[in-house]
Design a protein around this ligand. Sequence first.
Ligand code: GAR
Length: 191
Amino acid sequence: RVRVAVLISGAGSNMAALVDAAGESDAPYEVVLVLSNKAEAGGLTVAEAKGVPTAIVDHAAFGKDRAAHEQAIQTVLEAHHVEVVALAGYMRLLTPFLVGRWAGRMLNIHPSLLPKYPGLDTHARAIAAGDAEAGCTVHLVTEGVDDGPVLGQAVVPVQPDDTPAALAQRVLAAEHQLYPQALARFCRTPD
Ligand code: GAR
């Protein structure tokens, strides 16, 4: 089975969905590491409760030195013999160093129907634009922000009285379905 590391910064609900799906008997991947750039990320506790090894590589410890932070991440990934990296609410931009090192083997989930709304505040922007539909995208990570080949998308309706929080919740539920499916498909046919 393909050895996957999940990178998180927060609650880690997508990470939990990936770990749970990896527990199915026909899963083509296993989650061998959950790595956070924040010591206080709630997802770390969730991962520990599921018996998944965790690591903290706190960006604050490296000041402005992004290269050193990413080198430290890379060292941990190599120590765990990671083959594929799945970003799941990892809220730090990556430099060409780590992106290049994992080209074609790093996935991300983004809470919009890319190419619409890269970046932050996707749900508020979809509502403000009057969109009838919103959703989420799993894509390969390239040097551009929320760019890169799309591996899968899921669509949800925007309701007339939606708030960004309500829409976020609806999209997040779709993320939990989409990401395990897209990662499994990718791990079965990596090229
Ligand atoms: C998810 O909605 C994910 O798509 C988004 O952050 C949330 C993380 O939730 N990611 C981004 O915005 C990346 N720029 P989670 O920690 O519960 O998985």
